[in-house]
Design a protein around this ligand. Sequence first.
Ligand code: CDV
Length: 310
Amino acid sequence: MTRSLPVAVCQCGPIRRDETRAEVVARLVAMLERAAAGGARLALFPEMALTTFFPRWDLEDDAEIAGYYETEMPSAETRPLFDAARRLKIGFALGYCEAVIEEGRARRFNSMVLVGDDGAVIGLYRKMHVPGSETPEPGVTVHLERKYFEPGNLGFPVFEFQGVRIGMLICNDRRWPEAYRMLRLAGAEMVLIGYNTPLLLTETPRLAHLRMFHNHLPMQAGAYQNTMWVAAAAKAGLEEGQALIGGSCIIAPSGEIVAQVASLEDEVIVHHADLDMNAECARAGFDLARYRRPSEYALIAAEPAAAGRE
Ligand code: CDV
């Protein structure tokens, strides 16, 4: 019998700075309902799906900054999404800003939680590759994730969802081949990716026409080279004056995009992911156990000083 997982990608249109959690959560619940009606058993929302992408601003108001983070998951405000999951019998993955007290201090992570169709948390991922800077830099698009988040400290975990091994990545992570390989080596069969990507970067005008290509290229390569399914959900459209790339999609282990959105708004796409394809594609040259040469890859895991030529 074929193993499959019907998965939904729920792209979010712009989220306003003054949009309340209740308003955003209502939008997410509406998409979850569409995903379930389309037969999906798992739905994916973008990175930072509960708020506007505030790292585009150098904010000074501590109260405003704190307001973008969740101190518990679920909270009273996000619980309707968890209740909807239980009611609709569908799991979901949600990107959000996490504030925790850990190791005796306040810490902030760019996180994604995986939730089962019973509304219970299955697992958590914290973004590893935190891009941008701590303060604005001249000539560079303001992207201050490094002011607002520290790098993830949970590794690249893989979780079991209804018998399927699921990994998660967040935005810039999707551009790093090591991230996919780590998940594949941990047994992932499907990777869920949420992202917020500016359509234009001031610093690279010559590459402007390649933004969507550079969005899909690493995800298709990640899927193909690791023979895994990749589902990717964007925040899209003109958000607080900044155009965010869309292009949310579902990619087969062959590297092919098998479903893609057609808008920059809230939109749901569903695809029945055939999990037998993973092994079939692996037979075309990606038998990792047989052909990989880990003893020759030491530089990949070396710190920059040892690697020498970064
Ligand atoms: N949210 C992100 O991680 N965005 C990055 C930006 C900095 C380009 C990305 O790789 O899409």
